[in-house]
Each structure stands twice: as C-alpha cells, then as structure tokens.
Write a protein that binds this ligand. Structure first.
Ligand SMILES: [Zn+2]
Length: 419
C-alpha cells in the first residue's frame, strides 16, 4: 500500500475513534430544560439588566464577525495565492533562503501578518468592553497582554515550525504519520504544562487564604471524592470586572482556580456553588477527555492536511510543488482556518453538554438550587451576558448553556427533589 493509502486508512481510523469518544463520553442524554421554563426565568430577571447585557453583546457583534471574516480572507489570500509563498521567500532571503529561516521566520511572519490584520478588531473590542466598564485594563495593560501572548505564540510557534519542517524533510513520504503523532503528543504535553508555564505569564496565582470558605471548599471536594490540593485565586481584577472560575491541568498540575473578582462580588455560598461546578469537571475527567479529543482531532487534522494538500489545483493556486515545503505554510494556515471555522459549532455543542453535566453535578453536590440560581443571575449581571442570546449565535459559539437554561435547570432540580 502507498503512503497515501495508509493516510486514508489512518484518517478513517482517527475519525471513527473521535466519533466513538463523542458518542460514549459526551453526555448527550440530558435534554435542556423546557423552553417555557427558560422564558419564565427570563421574565424574572431585571429588565434593565437584560437590556444592558444585550446592548453590550450587540455592540461587540459587528467587530467580532467582521474580524472573523477578515481573518478568513487574510488566511485565504495568504494560502490560495502566491502571496504567502512570496512573504516566506522574502523572510528567508537574508539567510540565503535556508529552509530553517523560511520555515521559522517565514512561518512567524505569515502568522504575524494575519494577526495584524485582525488587530484593529481586537482593539475595538477592548474599547467597547472599557466603555461598558467590564474591562479594567487600560491600553497599557492591554498592549502588554498582547505582547506577552505574541511572545508565547512565537516561542511555541517557532518550535512547532522547526519540528514540523524538519520532519517533512527527513520523511518526505511519511511526514504525515510522524506529524500526526507529534501533534497529538503536543496537545497532551500542553494540557500538562500550560497551567504551570503559560497561565502565570498572564496572572498571579495565590493559594486561597485559610478560613471558613477554604475549609468548606476543601471538605466539599473530599466529600465529592475529588481531592484538591489547593484552591488558587487568580488576580483577574487587574484586567476585568468579570467573575469566573475554572479547572485546568492534568494529574499533578490539576487545579481549581477562582477569580479574585468572584470572591469579592459573590457570597461564600455562591462561590461554593461555582466550585462545585468545577469539581464536576474534575470528577467527570472533562480535562482528560478534552485533551484526548484534542489529541485525536490534531492528529486527524495533520493527516487531512496531507491528503487535501496533495490536490493539484490547490498547489497551483499557491504556486508551490508540495504542501510539505515551507513556502506552502500559507496554504496550511488557510486550510487550518477553514477547519477551525467548521469545528467551532461542533466544539460549542459538545462544550455546552459537558457544562450542563457540571451544572447538574453542582446541584446534586450542594443540594442548593436557590443559591445556584442566584449565582447564575449574579454571573450574568456582572459579566453583562445576554441571558438568552440569539439562537444562531448560541448554536455557532456558546460554550455554556445560557443563563436562562441554567436557571431553568436549577428550578427543574428543585421540583424533582422537592427542594
Ligand atoms: Zn464549567
């Protein structure tokens, strides 16, 4: 069998594995609360607060979607015309067109050009968030964050580019197999190291102060069978008023993080409710399953890029001989961008189901639907969320059930348990 035949077979295997993981490990069976209950919850929210949240979301929308379209067009222009290849040649020229210079410098230049084109939209978003009082980060802090994220991406990107193009040179016929294995390993590695290496670049994490709340949280985690070594507090208030909590990392790097804004704005019972939701993620191994799916998806993407990238018309558009050469990096970016857009609603759907299960876990663990609902109201109020966003936007990108869905779920729980 030819390498191409093996690639088709491998891709089929990876897609089957992804479907099996999705069928078995995503909680599909839990239907959202009835729409009538959601609408009842919506009527119970203060009308001015709902209007304010909707006004912010409407103000963000034009920039958000124009930015998305500009990003796509930029990627297509860099990948489906000779433009990307020319940029990469230019970046490699001072080094005699050496492949390392083309691969690393050229690759980073292409990414930077695409980033710079969408930068005005990011700046616009920041100005809207500032106008609505949600962002507390001035332009200085915003710029610093931007430079930090460019630096992190450059280090990571240079490593990946060098590794990838070294592999395509060493194994011109089998690079897709090594690349797929490398991409999957990278996803797993990043899940371990991002919380300890990258998150501290942007925020300071301190263990929560000893006291009744910390004791309550640690006891609850033990009761839940999810021992937590520490609850960390992130200094999120340096850039936002928004409140949040999350769980990240795997094994020894697993941690529950709460924003300092949450501790400031919410009651201890509400913080407990939020942490109970995060424990649900830990208990159901959502980070592990997410990492596994991410690894399978990354591997499938590399193999698919190899197969699609050998299609003559695409190569002719980019004026390259093979997708595996550094000059074809723009074409790779274009294909990855399109794949990302296709994956967005699928990822959002899976994420909403997983989040709904963590909500159910929080309700069962605390047995306190009233506080859960109060917390959802507070989250929406402070974060200026649209508690019941437009259906199309919800389907396109909502990572969590809407506020009214979560409130209705709490009410359904209260009804079922007579609480
Ligand atoms: Zn969650």
């Amino acid at each position: 069998m030819t390498p191409r035949g093996w690639a088709v077979l491998t891709l089929a295997g990876l897609v089957v594995a992804l479907v099996v993981v999705a069928v078995l490990l995503v909680p599909w069976s839990r239907p959202p609360a009835p729409r009538a209950d959601q609408l009842a919850a919506l009527r119970d929210l203060p009308a001015d607060e709902v209007a304010h949240g909707r006004a912010l979301r409407a103000a963000l929308r034009p920039g958000r979607y124009t930015g998305l379209v500009v990003g796509l067009l930029a990627a297509l222009a860099l990948g489906l015309t000779p433009l990307g290849g020319r940029l990469i040649e230019l970046a490699g020229r001072p080094f005699g067109g050496h492949w390392v210079a083309q691969a690393v410098l050229g690759g980073l230049v292409v990414v930077l050009v695409a980033d710079l084109l969408t930068l005005p939209f990011a700046a616009w978003r920041h100005s809207v968030l500032t106008r609505y009082g949600l962002s507390t980060n001035g332009w200085g802090g915003w710029t610093l964050d931007l430079l930090k994220s460019y630096a992190v991406s450059a280090v990571l990107g240079a490593t990946v580019l060098l590794g990838f193009y070294a592999v395509t040179r060493l194994a011109p016929r089998w690079w897709w197999a090594l690349g797929a294995a490398g991409a999957a390993s990278l996803v797993v590695l990043l899940s371990f190291v991002l919380p300890v290496l990258v998150e501290p670049v942007f925020n300071r994490f301190t263990p929560m102060e000893p006291g009744p709340l910390r004791t309550e949280l640690v006891n609850m985690a033990a009761r839940d069978g999810v021992p937590v070594r520490d609850v960390l507090v992130a200094d999120a208030s340096r850039r936002t008023r928004a409140v949040n909590a999350y769980v990240s990392g795997l094994g020894p790097t697993r941690r529950v993080v709460v924003y300092d804004t949450l501790l400031r704005e919410a009651t201890p019972a509400e913080v407990t409710s939020v942490v109970a939701h995060e424990l649900g993620h830990a208990k159901d191994r959502d980070v592990t399953v997410g990492t596994l799916t991410g690894a399978l998806g990354a591997a499938a993407l590399v193999v698919a890029l190899y197969l699609v990238g050998s299609w003559g018309p695409l190569l002719r558009l980019a004026r390259v001989d093979s997708i595996a050469e550094p000059r074809a990096f723009g074409l790779l970016i274009a294909l990855v961008t399109v794949a990302g857009l296709v994956a967005t609603p699928v990822q959002a759907l899976v994420s909403r189901r997983v989040e709904a299960r963590a909500d159910a876990h929080a309700l069962a663990l605390t047995g306190d639907p009233a506080t859960f609902e109060a917390m959802q109201r507070r989250l929406a109020g402070i974060n200026l969320a649209d508690p019941d966003p437009p259906r199309w936007e919800y389907l396109w990108s909502a990572s969590h059930p809407s506020t009214v869905e979560r409130m209705a779920a709490a009410r359904a729980y209260a009804r079922e348990t007579g609480g």
